[in-house]
Design a protein around this ligand. Structure first.
Ligand SMILES: Cc1cc2nc3c(=O)[nH]c(=O)nc-3n(C[C@H](O)[C@H](O)[C@H](O)COP(=O)(O)O)c2cc1C
Length: 159
């Protein structure tokens, strides 16, 4: 199976989860391509970051892989920002190609956990609008160790 893991990470937690997912998928024999979403400019002030997330802003991104037609499965990861996905994820989803016929897994990393379900639901809806069949939504607290991440994913990936 060919899988793309598409993610944004500001402080590294979602990046860490992505690496664990990458290892698991490769152990299963998947061909994996990792797509890191990077905004051209990003706010560093917490309140501005929250405001941009809250108002669904769509920052310009560095060029990245947008054509996902070659993949069977998509993982989409984001930190929770103000109960929402991070703004760069909005831009990516706006611009990537159709996800018709693909399965998808959404994942978020979070601090307190406030808004994690809402952020996942937003990501799920957009993926569905683009034609993907979302088979799981999963959340990881910042700092969660690799064994825990693997345990949460094993149920999903054995389906
Ligand atoms: C601007 C901003 C807003 C955040 N909002 C939330 C939130 O609403 N709920 C929550 O549980 N964590 C929130 N967090 C914590 C992050 O979701 C958490 O630290 C996440 O793991 C960061 O991922 P990253 O290291 O990949 O950037 C927020 C962090 C930032 C910087």
């Amino acid at each position: 199976m060919k899988t793309a893991i598409i993610y944004y990470s500001y402080t590294g937690n979602t990046h860490h989860v992505t690496q664990v997912i990458d290892n698991i998928l490769k152990e299963m024999g998947d061909e994996v391509v990792i797509v890191r979403i990077r905004p051209l400019k990003e706010a560093t002030n917490f309140l501005i970051q929250c405001k941009e997330a809250f108002f669904d802003s769509k920052p310009a991104l560095y060029r990245t892989l947008l054509d996902l037609k070659d993949f069977d499965r998509i993982f989409l990861g984001s930190p929770v920002w103000a109960f929402k996905p991070a703004p760069a994820v909005n831009t990516y989803l706006d611009n990537c190609g159709s996800l018709e016929g693909k399965t998808a897994v959404c994942f978020v990393t979070y601090g307190s956990g406030a808004g994690k379900e809402k952020a996942l639901e937003i990501m799920e809806k957009v993926l569905q609008t683009k034609g993907a069949r979302v088979i799981a939504k999963v959340s990881f607290q910042q700092g969660e160790d690799a064994a825990n991440i693997k345990r949460k994913l094993s149920g999903i990936l054995s389906k």
